[in-house]
Ligand binder design. Sequence first.
Ligand SMILES: Cc1cc2nc3c(=O)[nH]c(=O)nc-3n(C[C@H](O)[C@H](O)[C@H](O)COP(=O)(O)OP(=O)(O)OC[C@H]3O[C@@H](n4cnc5c(N)ncnc54)[C@H](O)[C@@H]3O)c2cc1C
Length: 425
Amino acid sequence: MTKALIWFRKDLRLEDNPALDKAVELGLEIIPVFIYAPQEESFKLGKHKLDIGAASKVWLHYALKELPELIIRQGNSLEELKKLIKETGASYVFWNRRYEPFIIKRDKEIREQLSKQVTVESFNGSLLVEPWHIKNLQGNPYKVFTPYYKKIKDIDFGKTCKKHKLKQTKYKSLTVEELNLLPQAGWYKPIIDFWGLEKTNKRSKFKADEYSELRDRLDRDGTSKLAPYLAWGQVSPRQVWNKYINQPSTEAFTRQLIWREFSYYLMYHFPETINQALNKKFRGFNWEKSSSNLKKWQKGQTGYPVVDAAMNQLWQTGWMHNRARMIVASFLTKDLLIHWHDGAAWFWDTLVDADLANNTMGWQWVAGSGADASPYYRIFNPEIQSKKFDPSSDYKNQWLKNQLGPMIDHKFARERALEHYKQMT
Ligand SMILES: Cc1cc2nc3c(=O)[nH]c(=O)nc-3n(C[C@H](O)[C@H](O)[C@H](O)COP(=O)(O)OP(=O)(O)OC[C@H]3O[C@@H](n4cnc5c(N)ncnc54)[C@H](O)[C@@H]3O)c2cc1C
């Protein structure tokens, strides 16, 4: 039987996996492989050199555990794929596309090399619609969300592909444990408990029709918590979209999936955005360099209860509510005037749903430097935000460890931030 290597990457699922589906459709014998290559995931974020974040590695460990048939290898992806082609005699290599600029470059090289020996094909498994299909009337990429949203929301994204089973193969594989994805220190244990990563039935119940009412409430469990599953491709956006699109009152929710699309769209069309302000005006912004203030923020010791509660939620669960992400990002970039790079790098390491497109867009949106961003002068007042979005104080009570005095006066900080902004324009 003719064999196909299915190279699993950030698409760790068996349902609605177009690369896998194609191999089944062609009647090929499937050799499923995952190659752990953190050195190929490395990118620069200001002074930070990052690859896979620590919390993401924890998530990856458990995601791989769910696919015991995968052949796991570690090293240089091209070399490992070549070795596997030789070992198995495969004639095809299929994968689902990724969109980070450094991964696009790597995949292009791999495709060129492997195409000399085998048939290589890649598929769209991670987006509703790929970025190059959507342009404005002038033929340029959109920079504003609403017209982009209008353009794509009525597109038929197609049916989800069927679920397939993998068979155990005879080829040599590392164990998940041998990848050493779990850290020595036990900081990640609460994350396992919060997400039930060691249980079989993990996902919480979510009601999309209540989303528009509850999505901003910190003190209610009103969002899907699908982000880490989407980040690692354990579910596809199309599965989520098709599940909710024809239900009443779910537009507020499906719209968020389009925000995810938009972030990938921006990263594809403006790849420099992962490291630089999209709005060039911000590239010379005069950020403060205070490692002690950054540490206080990271540790949830700012003295602003909602900020500190949110940073503790992040530390203990690897996740933070979107409203809280906006509040803490505003506090860091505006009250403390610390570069969004430092916040994005901390999120990258601590979020189980760390996603380069979404994280970049989220930070640039709050900092005011991104496409369609929140204006710089909109500076969140943490106390007002807390009253509005945590009216019962349940969020604060659940996540706040110590009540400290404020590290900076918000009124003063706000004026100072506005002064900085004026100097820039
Ligand atoms: C500073 C900052 C950093 C962020 N970093 C990330 C990140 O690294 N990874 C990440 O997935 N999201 C990030 N977000 C976006 C958003 O906060 C999360 O997607 C959301 O909180 C995840 O929780 P949920 O799955 O319950 O979302 P839900 O509200 O249930 O939304 C469903 C899905 O829609 C997508 N989505 C929702 N809101 C947004 C948004 N604002 N932008 C893009 N996609 C969205 C996500 O895939 C999410 O899982 C960031 C936002 C900010 C402000």
